[in-house]
Write a protein that binds this ligand. Structure first.
Ligand SMILES: [Cu+2]
Length: 695
């Protein structure tokens, strides 16, 4: 398809200005959110405050995508009903591993929106070249890295921006600068974001949702005669940040990602790309700094979980022309090691209320290594018909060390030491073999209509939590359903058969791009009831599932000043066989429409978001239904001179109380305004203002 897969561009400039492009002349079936400030043909949306904290919030603008929000900085990407590690998310090409076993630090949370250059979401079936484990899709985030000078001489560029939001009394500031000539560039940047608990209807508060984070980034780049070399470092220092949908809150997430890349453009379509990355992160969470602890035996149960991850990987890809297209051959490998240790103290009534320390291996010396290779060909088959064929083989190795616990008895009466010795007596070493297959055809039917049809088989090996959670607990990769889970050493791969049908109609002033999909997932991993481990405990198991739906994006340009953009998302997920239960955490039917007016440096927008009620809820974990809602947002921005932008707006203008179905349950005690176990209210009315200068 030579033209016209619509590309949604949400610019993440200083102000996080979402911008939308009509039919770009690009081959990628991809949505792009990127940090270009001004380009001809750009169709704008006014400044947004939601993207200021967390790059994941940007996903709400992307057809098919959404966010499972467990906290202010904890947004787990969702695409068409799949989420977490079913989606392959790369940061500057690196598949960064979470340090939190409950996904308090999902990949997109490492980079604040203000340092994001672009976020791409592969619409539909993700190509095999986009990475390992793309059963639910693939997303790529690129951080800001400055640019090489175009002419002789030294060029500097940079930006400063800051903003304030009333709903959480939050602010952010970002500075970024680069110094470059044609061959060398160096750059550095930093952000600070801080906010209080956010308010909802009539100044009630959702506690704890305060946050405090600093991110630092620096790097060096070199280019000459088709060679490009880069070194890049990102450091995240998150301090106290609330996650009210989870049993604990973030005390800190610390650490960084180092990467080195080398690319050689040999000309005539030959290209070599390589990348190496290494990460080391530490994390502490607890149940009593940002919230009131749970009471056990008549006294507070004080617990914390200290976790660590070390990981790294290598990617190599070689591209060459073949027939009327290009062939890419590549290998990828990564390794990670995870540890988590729970400690604290519990009051013992039999010992006169004396506190007794506890220590439990949550995950001990867990490793997960992946070795993978792929081949992908894209090109023109005949006139107006192009195709993409891909195959990827992946071997996943997982292992875990033995565990111990000082606890005798769980609250359920289960002997935890017995569980530990049972786990230690079983074989933890696991091997998984996966083959991914993709074939996509794109046909230019007329000058105004493009069609796409795609088939794929995609796989995912079980996560380490799904395998090795040996004692009933909630470290489940952020499921946030309030249930205790136990792992399963007998889990098989998930394998999905995917079918995609897309069309794009575009004319001078209008475009509309609907896409329908159907996925059948063999051995979909989900909790199933298990007996003898306490009431409500679930065990990860293989079931069969199917997901289907439709997402649509469209736009119409009335004249040079007025335009409208719309999006609509629908997805259903069901268990196949069994009770035909609904899958968990599926977004209800939703849509958004945005009317934009632009005139001589001014821009104003009215945005409406609509979410239907969600009645199709999972029974296996007693998921709660959610009522529908509509939201009204007003946004404006003004550019008094080149490089300087002022933005302001009001979100949730009418201060309605509403609930995000993907937001999880409220796990905190002692808040008179929100019952424990009910849905978490979303932001109340928010006034925000931003100021940015770019040079
Ligand atoms: Cu955590």
């Amino acid at each position: 398809m030579k033209t016209n897969i619509a590309i949604l561009t949400i610019t993440m400039t200083l102000l996080a200005l979402p911008m939308q492009l009509f039919a770009e002349h690009e081959v990628l079936p991809t949505l792009v959110i990127e940090g270009v400030s001004k380009r001809p043909g750009q169709l704008g949306v006014a400044p947004d405050s939601s993207g200021l904290k967390d790059a994941a919030s940007l996903l709400k603008h992307v057809p098919g995508a959404n966010v499972n929000r467990n906290g202010a900085l904890t947004g787990i990407a969702q695409y068409r009903g799949m989420f977490g590690n079913r989606i392959n998310i790369t940061l500057d090409g690196a598949n960064m591993k979470e340090v939190g076993p409950n996904s308090m630090d999902p990949p997109l949370s490492h980079i604040p929106a203000a340092l994001t250059k672009s976020l791409q979401v592969y619409r539909g079936i993700a190509p095999v070249s986009s990475g390992i484990d793309t059963i639910g899709g693939a997303m790529r985030l690129e951080t800001k890295k400055g640019r090489f000078a175009e002419d002789d001489g030294i060029e500097t560029s940079g930006l400063f921006s800051s903003g304030y939001s009333s709903v959480d009394d939050g602010y952010y500031a970002v500075g970024f600068t680069s110094l470059a000539n044609q061959n060398h560039k160096i750059y550095a940047g930093g952000t600070k974001e801080e906010g209080e608990d956010y308010k909802f209807k009539d100044d009630k508060k959702v506690t704890p949702t305060s946050y405090d984070r600093e991110v630092f980034t620096a790097g060096y780049g070199y280019q000459r005669d088709g060679h490009e070399f880069g070194l890049h470092y990102t450091d995240n220092n998150t301090r106290n940040a609330g996650t009210p949908a989870l049993p604990m809150d973030i005390r800190y997430v610390r650490g960084g990602l180092y990467d080195a890349s080398y690319q050689w453009d040999m000309g005539d379509g030959y290209q070599l790309k390589s990348k190496f990355f290494y990460q080391n992160m530490r994390h502490l969470m607890n149940n009593h700094t940002l919230r009131a602890p749970r009471i056990m035996n008549g006294a507070p149960l004080l617990i914390q979980n200290r976790t660590e991850v070390e990981g790294g990987g290598l990617d190599l890809a070689f591209t060459m022309p073949l027939l009327d297209g290009e062939l890419t051959l590549g290998i990828n490998g990564d390794q990670s090691n995870h540890d988590a240790f729970i400690s604290g103290s519990v009051a013992m009534p039999r010992m006169g209320g004396r506190r007794v320390p506890i220590g439990i291996d949550n995950f001990n010396d867990v490793s997960r290594d992946r070795y993978s290779g792929f081949a992908e060909w894209k090109g023109e088959v005949i006139d107006d018909l192009s195709a993409e064929f891909g195959i990827r083989y992946t071997y996943t190795y997982a292992n875990a060390g033995n565990v111990s616990t000082t606890r005798m008895m769980l609250p359920s009466g289960v002997n935890e030491r017995l569980l530990a010795s049972r786990f230690n007596g079983s074989n933890h070493e696991k091997h998984f073999h996966d083959v991914d297959l993709v074939s996509i055809f794109r046909y230019i039917a007329t000058d105004n209509l493009d069609l796409e049809i795609g088939f794929a088989r995609k796989n995912r090996a079980p996560s380490y939590q799904e395998l090795y959670l040996w004692s009933p607990g909630e470290a489940t990769g952020g499921l946030a359903d309030g249930r205790n889970y136990i792992g399963n050493l007998d889990l098989k791969n998930e394998n999905a058969y995917q079918f995609e049908l897309g069309a794009e109609f575009h004319m001078d002033k209008i475009y509309i791009a609907p896409r329908a999909f159907y996925h059948y997932v063999n051995d979909y991993i989900q909790g199933t009831p298990v007996t003898g481990l306490g009431k409500g405990t679930l065990q990860f198991n293989n079931i069969n599932a199917q997901l289907w739906g439709l997402d649509v994006e469209g736009g119409y340009q009335f004249d040079e000043h007025w335009r409208i953009d719309v999006g609509l998302n629908y997805v259903q997920g069901k268990q196949v066989g069994g009770a035909g239960d609904n899958l968990y955490r599926i977004a209800p039917l939703n849509g958004r429409a945005q009317l934009v007016f632009e005139h001589s440096g001014w821009m104003a927008a009215i945005e409406g978001e609509f979410y239907d009620r969600q009645d199709d809820v999972a029974r296996f974990n007693d998921e709660l239904k959610t009522p529908g809602y509509a939201l009204l947002n007003l946004r404006a921005k003004y550019q008094p001179l080149t490089g300087l932008t002022i933005g302001a707006g009001v979100e949730n203008v009418t201060d309605q109380q509403h609930f995000d179905h993907l937001g999880g349950l409220y796990r905190v005690r002692n808040n008179p305004d929100i019952a424990q176990g009910s849905r978490i209210p979303m932001n109340g009315r928010n006034f925000y203002a931003t100021l940015a200068y770019e040079w």
